[in-house]
Design a protein around this ligand. Structure first.
Ligand SMILES: [Zn+2]
Length: 113
């Protein structure tokens, strides 16, 4: 993983967050425009459901973006790819699969004490 690749991933995550945010705003508008009586209006129920789903997706995207921001920060400090818990280098294949990983697989699968 290079800084360029990380920055590109972060940009992509940032773009995703803002487009999800737009979608969510549009849904809010839509639910405000409809007669928002969720219990009796089938459309209102659908919108509420979509909104809940989209909110969850947006939360996950925001977390992902935060993780990538942190990864960029660690890259700057030279601690990128080093396990936060045991201090060993994290194998490349794990960093490729999860660029924002902060612990090695051993530590990730062992509960913190
Ligand atoms: Zn470790």
């Amino acid at each position: 993983m290079t800084m360029d690749e990380l920055l590109r991933l972060r940009d992509k995550a940032g773009a995703q967050v803002s487009s999800l945010d737009d979608e969510l705003q549009a849904l809010f508008e839509a639910s405000r425009a409809s007669n928002a009586d969720d219990e009796h209006d089938p459309e209102g129920t659908t919108i509420a459901f979509e909104r809940a789903q989209l909110t969850a997706v947006l939360d996950a995207a925001r977390r992902h973006l935060r993780d990538l921001d942190l990864a960029v920060h660690h890259f700057d400090e030279g601690t990128y790819g080093v396990c936060e818990t045991c201090g060993n280098p994290i194998p490349d294949d794990r960093m490729t699969a999860r660029p924002s990983a902060r612990t090695c697989i051993t530590c990730a699968s062992t509960p913190r004490r």
